[in-house]
Design a protein around this ligand. Structure first.
Ligand SMILES: NC(=[NH2+])NCCC[C@H](N)C(=O)O
Ligand SMILES: [Mn+2]
Ligand SMILES: [Mn+2]
Length: 352
């Protein structure tokens, strides 16, 4: 292999660089031109303090913790983004139903449906302006809203279907019927792909085709705790998934090459990153940790590669739960720091 030197990485084609060396706007991030954003320097921020997609309190405090750790200041001052909508952490209390009994095995279905519907309006309005959208969760149920909103805006603005890269220990593709827990954060992908359906407005009936994604443009990375019903759904629908087995076998470089190859170069990408994709060594403060996960560098690398495509239109960071660390451990801080790092990498921070 040809020797490489600083600033001149070996061209192994691991991530397909698309930039022509031109830096857009006033951004001084890595040199990638945005293919699908009319205002790539404008970042729409949606801070979601919501935890109703699962049962453990605390994940609603994540946006505040991430912001207090300096994430948004770094995005503005170091990466050069103009921020929009960043001054509020939404808690959606006005949307909470007086009573919310289970429906089709789903827990807190009215609350999650109403909140994700509002989130969809928020991400839609940013994406419709041609901004990059960053959502700080919250549990992963919120992706019904984040993806539902950007998918619709991308269809309207560009007449295209958007791809989704779902980085997670879990597949989150249970239908209400296959779910063992009833927690909606284990179901968002089934609603987004139309594998789960419901007509009633108050139970995600507001989700229309315009909000949905094509299951052929969905790619998973990092899976290692997939329920039996989910394995069947993935197999029967031919959904592309790279588990930790694939990462061990091929390495993260080759896996990213294959994942981005599956999506194709001319497709807008929504990156939905569940912090539990990282090994609990790096991100212990999360509701459903699973050992044997990604290193922080592998997580950052995934984000760097997605940024490098120039196709990124939206990013979610979810499932940071600062209250779940053992007392006196550094777990919460470590997890928040890891989350900040992932977001900065997705938004263009480079090592050199
Ligand atoms: N977003 C998450 N952390 N999801 C965990 C889901 C766990 C399990 N598969 C369930 O359906 O309940
Ligand atoms: Mn997960
Ligand atoms: Mn998840």
């Amino acid at each position: 292999m040809a020797p490489s030197y600083a600033g001149q990485p070996p061209s192994n084609g691991a991530c397909t660089p698309t930039g022509n060396g031109k830096v857009f706007g006033k951004l001084h991030t890595s040199m990638v031109e945005s293919k699908f954003l009319s205002h790539p320097e404008d970042l729409g921020v949606v801070a979601v303090g919501f935890s109703g997609g699962q049962c453990k309190p605390g994940v609603d405090a994540a946006p505040k913790a991430l912001i207090e750790a300096g994430l948004l200041t770094q995005l503005r001052d170091e990466l050069g983004y103009n921020l929009h909508g960043h001054d509020t952490v939404h808690n959606y209390t006005d949307l909470m139903p007086a009573s919310d009994p289970d429906y089709r095995n789903m827990k807190q279905p009215r609350a999650v449906s109403a909140v994700t519907r509002r989130i969809a309006e928020q991400t839609y309005s940013h994406a419709k302006e041609g901004r990059l959208v960053l959502t700080l969760g919250g549990d992963h149920s919120i992706a019904i809203g984040t993806i539902g909103g950007t998918a619709k805006a991308i269809r309207e603005r560009l007449g295209r279907e958007m791809a989704v890269i779902w980085v997670d220990a879990h597949a989150d593709i249970n239908t209400p019927e296959t779910s063992g827990s009833g927690n909606i954060h284990g179901m968002p992908v089934s609603f987004l792909t139309g594998l789960a359906n419901e007509d009633k407005e108050e139970f995600f009936g507001w989700l229309k085709d315009e909000n949905r994604i094509n299951k052929r443009k969905l790619v998973y990375i990092g899976l290692r705790d997939v329920d039996p019903g989910e394995k069947r759904i993935l197999r029967e629908n031919g959904i592309r998934a790279f588990s930790m087995f694939d990462i061990d076998r091929y390495g993260i470089g080759k896996v990213m090459e294959m994942a981005l190859g599956h999506i194709g170069a001319d497709t807008p990408i929504h990156l939905s990153f569940d912090v539990d994709a990282l090994d609990p060594m790096w991100a212990p403060s999360t509701g459903t940790p699973v050992r044997g996960g990604l290193t922080l560098r592998e997580g950052d690398y995934i984000c760097e590669c997605v940024h490098e495509t120039g196709s990124l239109v939206a990013v979610d960071l979810v499932e940071v739960n600062p209250s779940l660390a053992e007392p006196e451990s550094m777990g919460a801080q470590e997890t928040v720091r890891a989350g900040c790092s992932l977001v900065r990498c997705a938004l263009g921070e480079s090592l050199l």
